[in-house]
Design a protein around this ligand. Sequence first.
Ligand code: NAD
Length: 313
Amino acid sequence: MESNFSSKTVLVTGAAGFVGTHLCSRLSGEGAKVVGADNFSFARPDRASGDNLGYELATIDIRKPDETKALLERTTPDFVFHLAAVANPRTCKQDFPMAFDVNVLGTQNVLRFSPAASRFVFMSSAAVYGAAEYLPIDEQHPRRGSDPYSVTKIIGEDLATSYQRNYARDIVTVRNFNSYGVGQTGDYIVPQLIRQALTEKKIEIWDPRTVRDLMYIDNTIDALLAVATSGQKTVVNIGAGRGITVGELAEAIAGRFGGQIPVVDLKKAVIGSPALVSNNERLRSLSWSERVGFEDGIERTIDWTRRQLAAPA
Ligand SMILES: NC(=O)c1ccc[n+]([C@@H]2O[C@H](COP(=O)([O-])OP(=O)(O)OC[C@H]3O[C@@H](n4cnc5c(N)ncnc54)[C@H](O)[C@@H]3O)[C@@H](O)[C@H]2O)c1
């Protein structure tokens, strides 16, 4: 079947990151001419360069207007997926000025220099909702997030809306809940617990009652493509629509090690909202459904992490 992206030029910022890497491979596989852009500040460890990827991976810093302008003028993309960000809330809190420069001023640069005719997808986060007033969280839920990461995403969303309303630009904002899977590293909940199980033979959690909407990355990519090719011009939640407690997640991971891995409750207060679950009706109305289930996704991620740890440094 002919893909909506075949022969289209697609620019992806944050292309060397967790989501960007999956998105670029998928688009490339669908016949798009993919141009990735990244400054490699928080890139996947195995994406140190753009060699042998089958698509271009350009080194630019979106904080620099000249570099951003030059790339967008050279490529004139039909679609822009703007993913580049300081995406870790802890890093944003440690260095708010840097997070502001990348997530706000960088977003302004990418919006400003994207062609007027391109379809623009802005990657926001469920973090903008802050502590949930009700569950599941739909797109009308107030944006009450106040930590540095959430604030930069709220301003990014408002910039996108402003470009849409004042300059007739074709923009959609997506609010991603928690994506996990192959290629995700760092101090995010799923890779962290899996690494603990594999290397320390135990899993330590802060509060087993914390609820997250965990979705395997392939489903997130399906959702991004569905939203991009829809006529949606507002906001779309990207999530599985299913809450999983951290306790359930830890047990699901431990269960794959034949009961050999104890789960230890450290009884510490969590950072961020105690519960985030998406109402994904709008996403489902765009013919999206979850292809890879939670258990299968966890299995794939454990297999990948095991291979990563076994690989020579
Ligand atoms: N992973 C999730 O579950 C999740 C949830 C909600 C929102 N998001 C959003 O999705 C997007 C991608 O997230 P991710 O998990 O792939 O994060 P990531 O950190 O793996 O990827 C972000 C990429 O942006 C790049 N980048 C940072 N500063 C840059 C700059 N100045 N110029 C160019 N590139 C720069 C980094 O090097 C990195 O490769 C982010 O906008 C993030 O806020 C992700």
